[in-house]
Design a protein around this ligand. Sequence first.
Ligand code: AMP
Length: 294
Amino acid sequence: MKVVDSVAELRAHLNDARLRGETVGVVPTMGALHEGHSSLIRAACQRAQLVVVTIFVNPTQFGANEDFDRYPRQLVDDVAWADGAGATVVFAPTTAEMYPRGEQTRVRVTRLSEGMCGSTRPRHFEGVATIVTKLMNVAGEGQYFFGRKDYQQLKVIERLACDLLLPVEVIGCPIVRESDGLALSSRNRYLSPSDRQRARAIPEALQAAVFAYRNAERHSSHLRQLVEARVRSAGIELDYVELRTEAELESIEGELRGPSLLGVAAWLGGTRLIDNVILDEHVKDLLQVPLDVQ
Ligand code: AMP
């Protein structure tokens, strides 16, 4: 396992690997690694010979009152975790390395960044698009792996890679969940025991919508209301519940006409959690246990 903190060193290392004929897979993260990240690393290992995990808590994607300062930083543990999952290189740059003195450049993906998480976190996707573009410029040609948990983020990244003609392939990977259905997240550790208990209402609400969808419910407001009612009845404050087209993230009013994203964001204490499911004919259950009827 090689740990690199400079752009020049990573470039040199990857150039050498490419000269040896190795393909490159990259898993961008903010660290505090968990099984969700491991699944991306394993997917990368299956498809590329050299796998880089990047660990960088990116300041430009946090709003002024968000959790940048308290976001968990645990590089030693993360390096061991990435190694265990099969990565070959960890790239953990400083902020000064990624944002040179005097920097003033941002990447903005316009329409896909609007609404959903973009409403509550106005410049969040600009920060994400900027750092991912930088990482793609540093690590270069290869396959880049992202989780579908951050579905809007995945769409923004697919778009920028295409629009900026970057020599990369963007690969979206399935959401990894706890046994009660809660999507794994580095932020889950902020939850108090009682909030952690209540948080399961989020995947349960999405599961209820999956059942309704399988029973031919296609009306967006009915599906939305079903999710809202379940989440609220657990005493959770909603940020949004939205139905959007899967590919372009266009708002759906009325009937669902094709594969659709059902996305939810909610607050538990001071912690904001997100989750989603794609409603289409292949939709799988989110929960391993039967859903309580309410
Ligand atoms: P983060 O470190 O939270 O910025 O996440 C880094 C990458 O891991 C992103 O592409 C996330 O979508 C992905 N990720 C985070 N949690 C999960 C999860 N539960 N399942 C799958 N991917 C995830």
